[in-house]
Design a protein around this ligand. Structure first.
Ligand code: ADP
Ligand code: MG
Length: 241
């Protein structure tokens, strides 16, 4: 694995990502040359107001969308040079996605929703463990409709974790939740990094969420305008916004 100056493992490296939507007058420069590294075991916050290009960037990092130009390198391989099958495997196995809208299947219980993406070799116990990890040990057999928004979002985090991804990408994970519930989600994500060594990227327009991150990247109009390191991140528990 590539290392940076401080000898930290870089798990993903993006260089000069450009993405333009539309043509002529309707053209939108969603990304105007974005470069960033993601380090193993960090909590990275990507902040920016609505329309600044955050989702476009996250989708590219997760292999869901292709840049017009620029490169994304993961484990020594460039996404663009991967064959379809490899790219599918990357999306499926290496990246976990958490969306604002939960995206759970209504007809399946919490356990079944998580089982959908779990590695077949992992078994039933592992699925239970993932749900316990996000504090849902008592809701294994509940359907999405029987759960609060925060609980549903925690199922979606458990689901993303169930394939043991290298990277957990969260797009406005608290966007559809009230303050207290959003806080529970942030506490759960923080715990994954601090206690379980996961690598988590949170994209949000809520600036204050940056305070709990190890590193903060600020975007405006498709560009990174600032990158900062938090030597002493604030715990999500006491953070207010
Ligand atoms: P954010 O997630 O920060 O709100 P997005 O990445 O969703 O920003 O969008 C960045 C810009 O690109 C916005 O101006 C948005 O309208 C535009 N955009 C995003 N996706 C598309 C698309 N599929 N077609 C056209 N324009 C798009
Ligand atoms: Mg977005």
């Amino acid at each position: 694995m590539e290392k940076n100056g401080a000898n930290r493992n870089i798990i993903l490296s993006a260089k000069d990502l450009v993405k333009t939507y539309g043509k002529g007058e309707a053209q939108v420069h969603a990304l105007g040359g974005v470069s960033l590294d993601i380090y193993e075991g960090e909590l990275l916050a990507i902040l920016g107001s609505s329309g600044s290009g955050k989702s476009t960037l996250l989708n590219m990092l997760g292999g869901m969308d292709q840049p017009d130009s620029g490169s994304i390198t993961v484990g020594g391989r460039e996404l663009r040079t991967m064959k379809d099958r490899e790219l599918t495997r990357y999306r499926r196995d290496d990246v976990g996605f958490v969306f604002q809208s939960f995206n759970l299947i209504a007809e399946l219980t919490a356990k079944e929703n998580v089982a959908m993406t779990a590695e077949p070799s992992k078994g039933k116990n592992y699925i239970k463990e993932m749900l316990e990890l996000v504090g849902l040990g008592a809701k294994l057999n509940s359907y999405p409709m029987q759960m609060s928004g925060g609980e549903q979002q925690r199922v979606s985090i458990a689901r993303a974790l169930a394939k043991d991804p290298r990277l957990l990408l969260c797009d406005e994970p608290t966007g559809a939740l009230d303050y207290e519930t959003g806080k529970q989600i942030l506490i759960a994500l923080e715990k994954l990094v601090r206690e379980h060594g996961k690598t988590v990227v949170i994209v949000t327009h809520t600036q204050e969420i940056g305070r709990m991150a190890d590193r903060v990247i600020r975007m405006r109009s498709g560009k990174i305008i600032e990158q900062t390191v938090n030597e002493n991140p604030v715990s999500a528990e006491i953070m207010e916004w």
